[in-house]
Write a protein that binds this ligand. Structure first.
Ligand code: ADP
Ligand code: MG
Length: 567
């Protein structure tokens, strides 16, 4: 390792030289409290900024072990530091100037959810802190401007580190609050299992968001208040007693008039698979972590998925035990989504009629009498939902404002009225008794087989250099293969899509071999993340700073939507 003084004199030596001379700086330099490593230097001032990381040894960083001695607490602390350091970095971005991306400083912009990210890592063993960021090395035109880089590295950056990465300089109470909230959230997750609940929504929670583009809490929202009959009180280790609505395992319906808050409640449950930061309003909205939002997804790719639970006898005798299509219909896509999320180990389905295929959800009496069961390939979800719970142990929460037929199969029925939930189970069941149940005769429930093995096509493997691109939260592109992810509504951050792109390429390079099932492959990928960290998914000489860990469910979903994979 070299000293910071050597770096400074090297920098002064290359001032005014042509931009590629910056490349000679790659290496590590001691800066007192931390080591700065220049991992990759951009090719020119307009290219994506240079990759840099900082390492602070555990003793200097000084965080007491109790703040990171479990994975959730470590992730919560990393998240806190990423937010705080990120805020400082954004303050100094562009303080040093020049052409192109000179002086820009990029670090993760964290969302409302607490995610594991490659920008900040704490080593569990000894508390060593690592932070990755990107800096646009300054230039005038295409010649090096080293005084400006000296300003960043020797003046601005040390100030940020000092303010936000050292325990002794941070507000202790805030750190203890992060730890306490995390322990409380994990406690609720454990309680869900013990009490056989699918989700918990605390009284006082703020569910609606500011707008379609802002995930901040809506101001002046009606706070959540559980109906008495569904109320449970949990005694959290830090917060103490907290009361809210416990949604029991089984089948739960959310009904009510339009605009009364049904989808808002369901959306909160969708994101309750993640923990939220203090002040979000959903800190104590906790959902079974494997919950999956099931929706129709016209035109998605399906390969070799057993959708025979829902679809049989298609025209042309297409095999629905191993169904493939480049262009799925609403109902076949939703059927595949159910089966594939079973494969990923989901124990809770979340369904909104707003985004479902009607013919997948229900077939009414009159239609049954005109079009006989024999002529209809679709066994609607309503005919399977009880067995999904009884046989496969998968609960469902369904927003169904327009199909009363679900009253017969539901265990719990919640009406949303003026943004408040009411338990109308008994009333609705009594009303339903006067209406005949849909008959579903002679249906056999065969648990789908999950021994599909992914094989990568030429688009993923036939290239020397892999090119990846992330289009917001909509899709990723790997070489020429585009994977459409826009309907995976539980992806919280574009950085999760970046990580998915790396997961697919890493899988193609190392794990997609014959004989390994999709489940084996996802297990191996997840084990690699656990053992070597998220950034290890990259094969490059430098590790990316912009990855956030996706859930197992989204890894499965992404691989299933990759048109260059067959099973
Ligand atoms: P539904 O699905 O029942 O038609 P939504 O959940 O889409 O209704 O909610 C309709 C509107 O009401 C949305 O704009 C949402 O932001 C707002 N809203 C939802 N819950 C609340 C609440 N608790 N307080 C204030 N506004 C809310
Ligand atoms: Mg709605």
């Amino acid at each position: 390792m070299r000293t910071s003084q050597q770096l400074k004199s090297d920098l002064l030596n290359i001032n005014h030289k042509s931009y590629p001379a910056y490349k000679s700086l790659a290496g590590s330099y001691g800066f007192g409290d931390y080591v700065l490593s220049i991992d990759h230097v951009q090719g020119d001032p307009f290219a994506s900024p240079s990759k840099v990381h900082l390492e602070i040894n555990g003793k200097t960083a000084g965080f007491p072990a109790h703040l990171y001695d479990t994975a959730p607490k470590r992730i919560a602390l990393q998240d806190y530091l990423a937010r705080r350091f990120g805020q400082e970095l954004r303050r100094i971005s562009k303080k040093a100037g020049g052409s192109g991306k000179s002086g820009v400083i990029y670090s993760s912009q964290c969302c409302q959810e607490i995610l594991e990210r490659s920008c900040c890592e704490i080593r569990p063993l000894d508390g060593q802190l690592l932070f990755r960021l990107e800096i646009g090395f300054p230039a005038n035109g295409r010649s090096i401007n080293s005084p400006e880089l000296i300003k960043i590295l020797f003046d601005l950056l040390p100030g940020c580190v000092d303010k936000s990465l050292l325990f002794r300089r941070l507000p202790k109470q805030e750190l203890l609050d992060v730890e306490a909230l995390c322990e409380d959230q994990q406690f609720i997750r454990e309680e869900l299992k013990r009490l056989h609940l699918a989700a918990f929504v605390a009284n006082g929670a703020i569910l609606p968001r500011m707008s379609g583009v802002s995930h901040l809490p809506l101001k002046q929202a009606v706070p959540f208040k559980s109906p008495n009959s569904l109320e449970v009180t949990l005694t959290l280790p830090h917060h103490g007693p907290i009361t809210g609505m416990g949604i029991p395992e089984g089948i739960t319906l959310i009904v009510g008039g339009g605009f009364h808050g049904k989808s808002t409640l369901l959306n909160a449950l969708e994101m309750g698979v993640y923990d939220h930061i203090a002040g979000d309003g959903r800190e104590y909205v906790i959902t079974e972590a494997s919950a999956f939002k099931l929706r129709a997804e016209d035109s998605r790719y399906i390969n070799n998925t057993d959708i025979s639970l829902f679809i049989n006898d298609l025209p042309g005798r297409r095999d629905t035990k191993a169904f493939s299509t480049q262009d799925a219909s609403g109902s076949t896509s939703q059927a595949a989504n159910v089966v594939e999320s079973m494969e990923s180990g989901s124990r809770l389905f979340l369904i909104d009629e707003d985004t479902s295929a009607t013919n997948f959800m229900i077939r009414d009496q009159l239609m049954q009498s005109v079009i006989s069961d024999k002529e209809e390939p679709i066994t609607p979800f309503i005919s399977r939902v009880r067995e999904l719970y009884g046989t496969s142990g998968i609960s469902s929460v369904i927003v169904a404002g327009s199909s009363g037929a679900y009253f017969h199969v539901a265990d719990t029925i919640i009406q949303m009225k003026d943004y408040k939930p009411y338990d109308i189970t008994q009333k609705a069941k009594a009303a339903a008794a006067d209406f005949p149940e849909l008959h579903t005769e002679g249906l056999i429930y065969n648990t789908p087989s999950f021994n599909r093995c992914p094989k990568a096509g030429g688009g993923l493997t036939g290239f020397d250099r892999v090119k990846m691109k992330v289009m917001g939260k909509d899709s990723i592109q790997i070489n020429k293969t585009t994977i459409d992810l826009r309907y995976l509504e539980q992806l919280a951050d574009t950085e999760q899509l970046s990580a998915l792109a790396y997961l697919v390429t890493c899988g193609a390079k190392h794990y997609f071999r014959s004989g390994r099932t999709l489940t084996d492959v996802v297990d191996l990928l997840e084990q690699q993340i656990e053992k070597k960290g998220l950034a290890s998914l990259a094969d490059s000489s430098y590790l990316p700073s912009n990855l956030a860990r996706p859930r197992r469910q989204e890894i499965f979903a992404c691989l299933n939507r990759c048109r260059d994979l067959s099973f």
